[in-house]
Design a binder for this molecule. Sequence first.
Ligand SMILES: [Fe+2]
Ligand SMILES: [Fe+2]
Ligand SMILES: [Fe+2]
Ligand SMILES: [Fe+2]
Length: 400
Amino acid sequence: MDSNAQFFSELVTALSLMMDLDENRKLYHAWRVAILSERLARKILPEYRADIFYAGLLHDIGAISLPDHVIHYTDINDHLNNPVLFNHTRKGAIIVNEIGPLSLSARMILDHHEHWDGSGYPRGKKGHKIDIGGQILNICDTFDILIRQETHANFKQVRAALDMRRNKIYSNLMYELLIATLEEDDFFNKIIFDERVSDMMLKTIKELPKMNMAKYNFDIHRVARVFATVIDAKHSYTAGHSERVANYTYKLATALDLPEERADNIKVAAYLHDAGKVAIPKSILDKPGKLTQQESTLMKKHPEYTMEIMSMVSALKSLVVVAGGHHERYDGSGYPDGNFGDNIPIGARIMAIADAFDAMTSVRPYQKRKNADEAKKELKKNSGSQFDPHIVKVALKVLP
Ligand SMILES: [Fe+2]
Ligand SMILES: [Fe+2]
Ligand SMILES: [Fe+2]
Ligand SMILES: [Fe+2]
């Protein structure tokens, strides 16, 4: 496979997994909607299979800033009255447009909550005016939400629930298409099991027509920045945190005379360092007071989730330990591994300082914001214990 195309598909898959980590578990919503949508597309839009698959993976990316996962909001009134939900299709379309060759997917995402009878959002489009990819996403999304409800345990029950919604939420054609797909090769009984979704996912990606990347100027920094925006959106206090940490990290790396390519790579890792935070409940991330023992244990898991997400992208493998090590301490008392001194990758030692500096100089629920001088004093105070003393020396010179 063209290495750019592979990189792209792995990145998007990782991004979708990140969206589906909810309070410590994987929900597979995006993956299931993507797999099923691609199946439907094979029958009526075969040339757009890949576009619809990626649209399925990313369809709810605009809803990342909800306190919990979007699948918990099953009532259309929740959607119409909650501004985050009401705007998630527009916001998602904008984000997806940013990340490369996905402008068709973006159009589908924009329409994935339009209803056949005109009662949907954001534009109240009706009938054939709704993007056909959006229609496919809509019925697959409905399917995944229905199968999570106890009253819809078997095919008959799901089918009856889908039947009730035809000609209202989606067209008769979409209904027939979904039912035919679910009946084929016992597909219903395969897709409903979480354990099988990962395998189906790999298989679908393998068989997908390759995206033509040649026309696109595929820029890893731009994609990493999109990730960072999504990560920071989860957490009301961290607007811009990942990007600032990336910029400080790069500045320190070049000031330490690391080769340009290395500094560049470490910067990408820095954009992603808190990716795992999306799996931590918002109530913990935004808690104004001190965390309980249990909350703090959960919070400290975020570097491990970051590593899990990054491991899905082969081209980022070498950066996994760099990003995952940003809470290690020079004296060995950090986490997740308790590594010390030069055993901690230099990128992680740099990032620890960039991260702490930004945390201290930003507004956070649990502390008063420090100015740059006060923050630097803290760096100095913790030099040799929390931080690498050599990097602190450089940081005192080059940080703002
Ligand atoms: Fe949605
Ligand atoms: Fe959804
Ligand atoms: Fe962190
Ligand atoms: Fe951070």
